[in-house]
Design a protein around this ligand. Sequence first.
Ligand code: ADP
Length: 542
Amino acid sequence: MRGLMQGRQLLVSTYLSHAEAYHSEREIVSRMVEGPQHRTTYGALALRARRVANLLADLGLGFGDVVGTLAWNGFRHMEVWYGTSGSGLVCHTVNPRLFPEQIAFIINDARDRILFIDLTFVPLIEKIIDQLPLVERVVILTDRDHMPATSLKNVACYEDLLAGASETFLWPEFDENTASSLCYTSGTTGNPKGVLYSHRSTTIHCMSANFGDALGMRSTDTVMPVVPMFHVNAWSIPYGAPMVGAKLVFPGAALDGASVYQMLEAEQVTLTAAVPTVWLMLLQHLEKTGARLSSLKRVVIGGSAAPRSMIETFQDKYGVAVCHAWGMTEMSPLGTMGSPRAGLDALPHDQALDLQCKQGRVMFGVQMKITDDQGRTLPRDGTAFGNLKVRGPWILETYLHGAGGKVLDDEGFFDTGDVATLDPYGFMQITDRAKDVIKSGGEWISSIDLENAAVGHPEVAEAAVIGVVHPKWDERPLLIIVAKAGAALDRDAMIDFLRPRVAKWWLPDDVVFVDELPHTATGKLLKTRLREQFKDYRLPGL
Ligand code: ADP
């Protein structure tokens, strides 16, 4: 028997319409690429998003066409998001930190017809425009006064186009399975692959992300997504904030500690989210200046593992609760969120921290299992570790154009490429990327655990661990360290520091000090580059 409820479709436009109707005066504050801060409201932004929808139609784009953006977090980027998806087009947020040839590849692969770009990215697009035969027009997200001199042809000024477009537009209703936005994986191996989200997947993901035990955004919150909108839709915050009427603060291009701090304080932000690298810069700024955080209540840390010392500093020194989250582009991106759990919310300090170092608890809507290499499911005991597989309505079925072939197992689970443990309460802990795990004497050593232990040393700024070839053990760990300025750290001191913290046979065979470590476009350690760099490294005694 069918249910007798209305079949209204779940559509991205409805988030903004809701905010326009009931939170129209709530602010959206942006640090602009041009310099000054800009203030608008949901009401005004909704009108401009309709103008975007009209201008796209005026430019000849229609249902299903793809629009690319290369832009920082800001109000204009948000208008383009809603104007595009809301009218049935696909918004492709291009990650400008990818290599230029990867950017050209994904713009072509996605068949972007128009690009909306921030001033910052004009030189980048000038350089690759000859490789972009399908791009008909480049719209620069600025006003007439700031239009740059450019060699780009068919270039337009966003504010001029917007001024000429009508603000009368009725968001159309269409099938919720229609594509709404597109992100590419960061392509650490091979070309990036497209993940095409639908209105339905985006809405369900976002509603779950808004649960109290997840992002927990409320109308009374002021939320600053430092995580870029080109990084898996800023983890859904610019979708979820209008749903609840939270004030939004966009930090623009300035992600250094001082700039992030200035925005947090000036706008009295209560909730924020970003990768550990950003928080490292903020905490260093606070340490240097002795500044305090006067309004921030919660910080979400994800994208790579949050170091224990970072969680501890935020909570114990600054009184900011940490939510350690995990996810990936293929999962829209959220999969686990580290919120307190009944029965485990009153643990002694150190045990509570141990729990928070795990990647969080499985969200409602995500099914998760770990398996051995034969695909057999392993116990959920918090100890066994295996290949982490996921299934759910906001997890991909296949990559764009079928890239990579069939990616689900016979039960419809997607292999995340992570190796993890899962416990009876749903806490998941990543022990490694399948390709980064160090295989020593038939056993696995977690490079992430070693890195986390190493960054616990007060003189270590950043650490990476890779496996290097060993004639007896196959691989042994090599620890590569960026020391803090003025540190007097050496190999033996570092090994002594690790000795009580990790199993004896996990201790790195050697420690190397470098000035900086290579990172991917999303700020993660680029282990492929490190492995290449150290492929001929000879461990001591060999
Ligand atoms: P995103 O763009 O969201 O970072 P990617 O698809 O680029 O997603 O990378 C996802 C991978 O990042 C995960 O499979 C995992 O290896 C890693 N990752 C994400 N969050 C965490 C975390 N909290 N701790 C450890 N690794 C993480």
